[in-house]
Structures are given as C-alpha cells and as structure tokens.
Design a protein around this ligand. Structure first.
Ligand code: ATP
Length: 434
C-alpha cells in the first residue's frame, strides 16, 4: 500500500489522527510543539480511563476525598514546595546548530541529537510556566500554572480535615491538567507540555508508610491489568537514591515498553512529611492527642501516557489486512455500532434506528454506521476497537425466516464470529461482558 507507515509508533499516530482520537494542537497554524488536541474517540477513551481510575481509587474506598483545585496557584505554594528552586531539568545547547536538549535524554552523551556536534555545559532550566495575574505587571503578580496536581491537594489538606474530620490513614485524590515547559516534547502524547494527571496523596502515620507503599503498589498493578495494559510490557523500577526527586525517600517507577523504548508510565513515591512540613500543616488524629505531621504515599498517573500505553497494548496487526484495536469492552470508546444492512431500505433503517436508540439510551457510547458496505463498516469499527457490530437485516423483519423475526446479528471484533440475538436480549448480553 502507498504511504503505509513503517513502524508501530507511526501506525498508531496515523490511526489516532485519521479516526479522531488525537490531533496535533493548533494544527491549521502549523501546530504548537508539545500540545495535542483530543477528538471524540480520544475524549471517550480518556473519560473511560478516568472513570475506571475513579472507581478503583476513589468511589470504592471509604477513606478517599476527591477535589478539583485551581490550575493557577499562588506563587508562594511553589516557593514552599521547592519547585521554584528545584523543579528543573538540565538544559544543554549544541555548540554548532544551537538546538537545545535535555542532557539526560541525549541519544549519545555530550553529542547533539541533530548534527552530532558537542553540546555545551548543562544549566538548570525551570520547567514551570509562569504568567501574570491581574492588571499590575510587577513581580507580585507572577503566578504559575501547576506542574503537578499534587500541590493542589496539599494546600487543601486543612480544608478537607476541617470539613470531614478524617482519621489516619486517609487520602485526597485529584484529576486535572498539569503544565511543564518540557525542553524537548516528543513521542506523541508521551512527553507533552500540557497533560492530565490523576494523583493521590495518601496520609499515613510515619511508621506505616511501608505497609501502604506496598498496598498501593499492588493496587496500581491491579488497575493497569484491569484497564487492559499489556502487563508483559510493564516493569517496576526501584529508583536509585541519587536519582530520587527532591521530595522523595523511595520511588518506584512503573515503566512500559513503548514503541520508542522503555519509559516511565506511572510513579509511586514516598514523599515523607516533606510537603505538609513545608506548608506548615499539622494534624491531630484524636482529640487531646499531640499534633503531628502525617507522611505521604503518592501514586501518580498520567492520563495521556495511559492513552498511549493502551493504544500500544491494544494494537493488533496479526492479520495485516485487518489491523485492529483490541480494547477491553469497558474502556473501548464505542461499545457497539448499529447498522442497517442496506441504507436505502426504509424498513431496515427504521428498525435499526429503534435498536440504536435503545442501546444509545443504555450505553451512551454507541455509534450509528451506515456508510459503505458491511465489510467496510466492520473494518472501520475494528480499527477503532469497537467490540461489537450489530446489523439489522431482512431476517430481523422476519421476511426470510419467521423464527428470526426481531433478532439481529452481533459480530465479535476479535473472532469475526456472528451470532443471532433477540433484540430484547441485546442489552443484557452486552452488559454481561462490560
Ligand atoms: P519524566 O521522568 O518522564 O519526565 P516525571 O518523573 O517527571 O516524568 P512525575 O513528575 O512523576 O513524572 O509525574 C507523574 C506522572 O505524570 C508521570 O508518571 C507521567 O505519567 C505523567 N507525566 C509527567 N510529565 C509528563 C509529560 N511531560 N507529558 C505527559 N505526561 C507526563
């Protein structure tokens, strides 16, 4: 085939664009590096990821409080957290072509990725985006777009304690955007400048940190598997003491074999009492007990990296004629597609519209598809990972075989097998497998 992408990453990226998962940010103006726009299927996939996360880590727990803090935060937050001074990456500049790189990401140490000339000495580059707030353009008006959702949680610690009076251990969770001025955004949605995080700060008694670290490590692995991430590509990396972030005493990175290499997907950090101490926040577990500063276990997830890991896990090209996304039904952007066998037969269309309306009301993520022949429709749905295609044919009308009246065919994406199912059994049949 002409212009067929060569490697897996290009194939995934091209599919994502063609079928409405992810588009380049500001594309019609030449793009904006490190930004991507999610189309309808990408939004549906992200929503399913976030809902699954929320179910696993928030709504099924009785000790978790979810918040939604502002993206713009007072600069004092970032001074106290250490980000103003230490949230930096080592920036190097090529002595010849003047391109800039993150030193620890150079393909060959000390050499420019573009022209191969040597690079200069590294300097610390702060990754926070700053902007000005209000009409006064002085230093007091500088604010930062949060580079992590975690600090939004810490600064609301006292609010949650005062409103809900939790006992240790308890957690605060947040899903939201974060911004980092990455020196070299790359690898599609893997390293971007605007992304979404799902984070938990779990507050524990100091002596309990190891127990909850292990607990959340298991919970994270369980969730990845539930989501449909290929676990044979997930690796736990115990971060070496010298490589730990400024706030961490222990970190485990969950790395994933992305098509461009093994890279961090999620992280789990023991943040000690670093943040609460910096914000001068204390806690009293029981009335009359001494005030103390809880320690923190932080499971941290990126939504965009989840999308990419899922696309890479689900992409199946064992049949080159029919590449498809093998999403688990619960996270597939579209649960099922409904088609009339022929679109110029009003009686088929009418019946199909009825079935579509019924399933749409139940599942929401249902697509109407009457474009091209049935074979083409199946290919299209396979490509976006729709688990089931439902076709309304002449049998449904009872014209060929009265015993088949009010039944439809339901085709399975992974096997291509078709089965006849009564319309009134469709919802329960699909629900069973969701
Ligand atoms: P890296 O070492 O890859 O830059 P990090 O260790 O700085 O990542 P954390 O600060 O631990 O990342 O952020 C928590 C999570 O947020 C990461 O595990 C990842 O899923 C996500 N994340 C971080 N930076 C980015 C980014 N630039 N683009 C997309 N997702 C990101």
């Amino acid at each position: 085939m002409q212009n067929e992408p060569e490697n897996l990453m290009e194939k995934i990226q091209s599919l994502a664009k063609r079928r409405g998962f992810v588009y380049q940010g500001s594309e019609i103006y030449g793009g904006l590096a490190g930004t991507w726009d999610y189309g309808p299927l990408g939004v549906a996939l992200k929503n399913n990821i976030k809902e699954s996360w929320r179910k696993k880590f928030v709504s099924s727990k009785s000790d978790m409080y979810e918040i939604d803090a502002a993206i713009l935060m007072n600069s004092k937050v970032w001074e106290a957290s250490g980000h103003v001074n230490t949230f930096t990456d080592p920036l190097v500049e090529c002595t010849k072509c003047k391109r800039r790189f993150r030193e620890d990401q150079l393909k060959e140490a000390g050499k420019c990725d573009e022209c191969g000339a040597s690079v200069g000495a590294p300097r610390n580059f702060n990754m926070m985006f700053s902007t000005k707030i209000g009409a006064m353009e002085d230093s007091a008006s500088t604010v930062y777009l949060r580079p992590e959702t975690a600090q939004g949680i810490f600064v609301n610690f006292k609010n949650i304690v005062d409103s809900f009076h939790p006992k240790l251990p308890f957690g605060i969770a947040q899903i939201g955007k974060a911004f980092r001025n990455e020196i070299t955004p790359r690898d599609f949605v893997f390293r971007v400048r605007e992304f979404e995080q799902m984070e938990i700060e779990y507050f524990v008694k100091p002596d309990d940190w190891q127990k909850y670290f292990e607990y959340y490590k298991d919970e994270m692995l369980e969730w990845m598997e539930d989501l449909g991430i290929d676990m044979s590509k997930v690796h736990e990396l115990e971060v070496e003491p010298d490589d730990l972030a400024h706030y961490s005493k222990r970190t485990v990175d969950f790395e994933f074999d992305f098509p461009f290499g093994k890279k961090e997907l999620y992280g789990l950090a023991y943040r000690t009492n670093f943040d609460l101490t910096n914000h001068a926040l204390e806690f009293q577990d029981e009335e009359g007990a001494e005030k103390m500063t809880p320690h923190v276990i932080e499971p941290s997830f990126g939504v965009d990296r989840s999308v990419l890991a899922l696309l890479a896990s689900a992409y199946d090209e064992s049949d080159p004629e029919r590449p498809f996304l093998k999403f688990k039904p619960a996270i597939a952007p579209v649960v099922c597609a409904v088609s009339p066998l022929l679109k110029n037969k009003p009686e088929l269309v009418e019946k199909a519209k009825f079935v579509y309306g019924m399933l749409k009301a139940e599942f929401g993520r249902v697509m109407w598809d009457d474009n091209g022949n049935i074979g083409k429709r199946y290919r299209r749905q396979d490509e976006i990972g729709t688990p089931w295609c439902i076709v309304i044919d002449f049998d449904t009308l009872g014209e060929e075989n009265p015993a088949h009246k009010d039944t439809v065919t339901i085709r399975d994406r992974d096997t291509g097998n078709q089965e006849r199912v009564a319309i009134h059994d469709l919802i329960s049949k699909i629900k069973e497998q969701l």
